[in-house]
Ligand binder design. Structure first.
Ligand code: CA
Ligand code: CA
Length: 176
């Protein structure tokens, strides 16, 4: 399955600068990327502390916020949009924290900032989807689930059975 926060579902806020996590091991961690004028770029690790990491996590609907520096999740590409970011920690979005000014920096992508977040904030929403493909690569099953941070969409996505005897395949997932 492939879980992500509602920010990933195509919701676009006019004038906003959405953030995403790239190159991590799950939707909870990765290199921080922020969008400006439709272009995704990275954030420099200068002054990258838990305060800044917490704001990114909260913006994505997650708790926690461990800061990683030195391209911990691999270097990005494209513009380095933010440098010397300074958040108080209670901001609702990374773009509302002070910084040098868009694309004004003295950094390289080897200094791209990353974060590791905790569990989703209770009450926040997420969208989760699962797909199953047959041996020819055709998609035979698709399930989308939306919920909030108080529940888990596919706690254990192991497939229990696949029944193709009557039309479309019917897949049962084990959910605890
Ligand atoms: Ca640095
Ligand atoms: Ca700097």
């Amino acid at each position: 399955h492939n879980c992500g926060h509602h920010e990933d579902s195509g919701v676009e806020c006019t004038g906003g600068n959405p953030v995403r996590l790239v190159g991590g091991t799950s939707s909870l961690n990765g290199r921080v990327e922020i969008q400006r004028n439709g272009v995704w770029g990275t954030v420099c690790d200068d002054n990258w502390t838990p305060s800044e990491a917490q704001v990114v996590c909260r913006e994505l609907g997650f708790t926690g916020g461990t800061a990683h520096s030195q391209a911990y999740y691999g270097p990005g590409s494209g513009p380095i949009w933010m440098d010397d970011v300074n958040c108080g920690g209670s901001e609702s979005s990374l773009s509302s924290c002070s910084h040098n000014g868009w694309e004004s920096h003295n950094c390289r992508h080897s200094e791209d900032a990353g974060v590791e977040c905790g569990a989703p904030i209770a009450g926040s929403t997420y969208s989760c989807e699962a797909s199953v493909f047959d041996s020819t690569g055709a998609q035979v099953y698709y399930k989308q689930h939306q919920g909030d941070g108080s529940s888990s969409p596919f706690p254990n996505p192991d497939i229990v059975s696949v029944d193709t005897t009557a039309g479309p395949a019917r897949i049962r997932f084990q959910e605890d």
